[in-house]
Design a protein. Structure first.
Lengths: 242, 342
């Protein structure tokens, strides 16, 4: 039995909320509910949008029986079984931690009282969990479960940082899909695209999976970038336990 | 081909019903701001109601056709002309190669729709032809139309039997009552804050685009602050950040948000929000989900009836008043009427 609330979001969506905190335990409930509802194929149920602690359930009021939909959601939320979730996927993200591709690396090292080499080792040393996607297409909100760094945002945000930037603060690390303003420190740059409109499914990542940052040198970075531009590059993926 | 953009107007984009199924990846659905006018325009030219068409904002475009087809203009009255002569709205009109359809400044409302029989020939991205301006994808190269842009018709139907006419909805006044369903975070406001929201007028600010509509008015009081752990968003969500000023999230909204949402505009009233403009006033009225569903069904019913009426064979109609002649032949007087039929 899981603690949740179910509420209306306008006349075409429902929201299921679990505990009001950001944690993988709570997020796994969101993931399990989504998995269960998707397999049920409820008439009129639309897209399911998972976030940190909530699942947004779109429905078509002309096709869905709202009472039945609510019942189905309640049944699924009540019999939540985290053990039946498919194994989580890890996607490797190549990262160049160097020079103009890692504008704040030296400063980060100073802030943390260590060397850039050590910062790279920490950042690429364990997996980050993808809680959700949003803000921009393909943009992952990722974090790990110990605080590897103590620094937070920059004092003044940059007006524009390039797509591909890897930005960090505390336990968080994001991949910026397209040029945008940003107040976080840039630790490195990836040549891969987390959103590539040329592809049938443009999005590289999915909520509930993991990513691992893999250091590459400048030559590897440029070679991967070339392959990405040709649409030929495939990120390495593998399964892990939850 | 189809048409060449002689003048793009202020903001003209290609839209269809929107891009669905990718919100979990952060992709906003886009689509028309006034679904009622958009679907009506498509039905008038015998398209599927969700077919790709043009959305013009504030000041419409001038289009020169290089192929015959049938078009219909709905939504805000931008005093459309065809080759300089007034072009009726809410009515399918035949356009010939060489003709120029020109829309001016909106006299009432904000957004007009121009549909063409057979829709527009732009590629589908993720199953949709809607332009997502924020994400620079879909429609015509992911952007608004610019001077010189040529857009093809996908399946033009110049032989479509006319007339095809829909009733013209009366323009809405400066003040509109927009119905909402409270929540999902209405419990994060004080009772006084909720009362303020439901009783005070809110003015549409200059900050109004396809992403959202920022309103100005009495501050809505939170019980704490305006921040939440980011959750999913729907079109019509009314965010109230800590400033206490509401923002209605629209077609190109983000898919998730970290501000408290006091209420959500009901689906049947969203098209009316899309026609509000700077300086207009909105008052919010709370309704139940059941009422909202009834109004949504009525919205569909209205369009289905229009479709059924348009599909019925139309009697040939006079296009000009009859001209009466008195003719005298061999000393006998006859009254003769001349009527030009379509």
């Amino acid at each position: 039995m899981s603690d949740y609330t179910l509420c209306y979001v306008g006349d075409q969506a429902l929201l299921v909320e679990f505990e009001n905190e950001i944690s993988i335990e709570v997020n796994q409930k969101v993931r399990a509910l989504k998995y269960d509802l998707e397999r049920k194929k409820i008439p009129g149920m639309g897209e399911l949008v998972p976030t940190y602690r909530a699942l947004l359930i779109h429905y078509d009021p002309l096709r869905a029986d709202l009472e039945r939909l609510k019942e189905e959601v309640k049944t699924s939320a009540a019999r939540m079984d985290l053990t039946h979730l498919p194994r989580a996927v890890v996607t490797e993200i190549p990262v160049l931690y160097e020079g103009e591709y890692a504008l704040d690396l030296e400063e980060i090292a100073k802030l943390e009282n260590t060397t850039p080499e050590e910062i790279i080792k920490i950042h690429s040393g364990s997996d980050y969990y993808v809680y959700m996607l949003g803000f921009a297409p393909g943009h992952p909100y990722t974090a790990r479960f110990e605080n590897p760094f103590s620094f937070k945002r920059r004092e003044s945000p940059r007006v524009r940082i390039p797509g591909g930037s890897i930005v960090v603060q505390l336990a968080l690390s994001d991949i910026i899909p397209f040029d945008q303003p940003c107040g976080w420190n840039i630790i490195g740059t990836t040549p891969i695209l987390v959103c590539d409109y040329r592809k049938e499914n443009p999005f590289l990542l999915k909520a509930g999976q993991w990513i691992r940052h893999v250091p590459v040198d400048r030559a590897e970075f440029l070679e991967i970038k070339r392959q990405v531009e040709l649409g030929e590059y495939q990120c390495r993926t593998y399964e892990r336990g939850q | 081909m189809g048409f060449i953009t002689e003048n793009p107007g202020v903001l003209t984009t290609i839209q269809d019903e929107g891009r669905y199924g990718y919100e979990q990846f952060g992709m906003s659905p886009a689509g028309p701001m006034d679904l009622r006018a958009f679907r009506t325009a498509n039905l008038l030219v015998d398209n599927d109601p969700g077919e790709s068409a043009l959305e013009a904002t504030a000041l419409g475009p001038a289009l020169r056709f290089d192929q015959d087809n049938v078009a219909a203009v709905t939504g805000a009255d931008m005093a459309p002309t065809l080759n300089g002569r007034p072009c009726p709205m809410y009515q399918a009109v035949a356009v010939k190669a060489g003709d120029v359809l020109r829309l001016g400044a909106a006299k009432s409302g904000l957004r007009s729709y121009i549909a063409f029989a057979g829709g527009l020939d732009v590629p589908q991205v993720m199953g949709s032809r809607a332009t997502a301006l924020q994400n620079q994808v879909g429609g015509y190269q992911g952007r608004r139309l610019a001077k010189g842009d040529a857009v093809g018709f996908r399946a033009p139907n110049p032989g479509l039997a006319l007339p095809r006419v829909a009733p013209v909805p009366p323009p809405e006044g400066k003040e509109a009552v927009i119905r909402v369903i409270l929540g999902p975070q209405d419990d994060m406001f004080t009772q006084e804050g909720l009362n303020t929201f439901l009783s005070q007028p809110y003015t549409v600010s200059k900050d109004f685009d396809r992403m959202g509509c920022r309103l100005e008015g009495a501050v809505i009081a939170h019980s704490g602050d305006g921040n939440i752990i980011s959750d999913g968003m729907v079109t019509g969500a009314i965010q109230v950040p800590t400033s206490g000023q509401p923002i209605i999230m629209l077609a190109e909204r983000q898919t998730v948000g970290g501000y408290t949402k006091i209420a959500t505009v009901i689906s049947a009233d969203l098209p009316r929000v899309g026609q509000r403009k700077t300086g207009d006033v909105i008052r919010f009225q709370a309704v139940t989900v059941e009422e909202a569903h009834q109004l949504w069904r009525a919205f569909h019913q209205e369009l289905e009836e229009l479709k059924a009426q348009l599909d019925r064979p139309q009697p040939s109609q006079p296009v000009q008043p009859a001209i009466t002649y008195r003719v005298t032949v061999n000393g006998r007087s006859y009254q003769v009427q001349v009527v030009r039929h379509t």
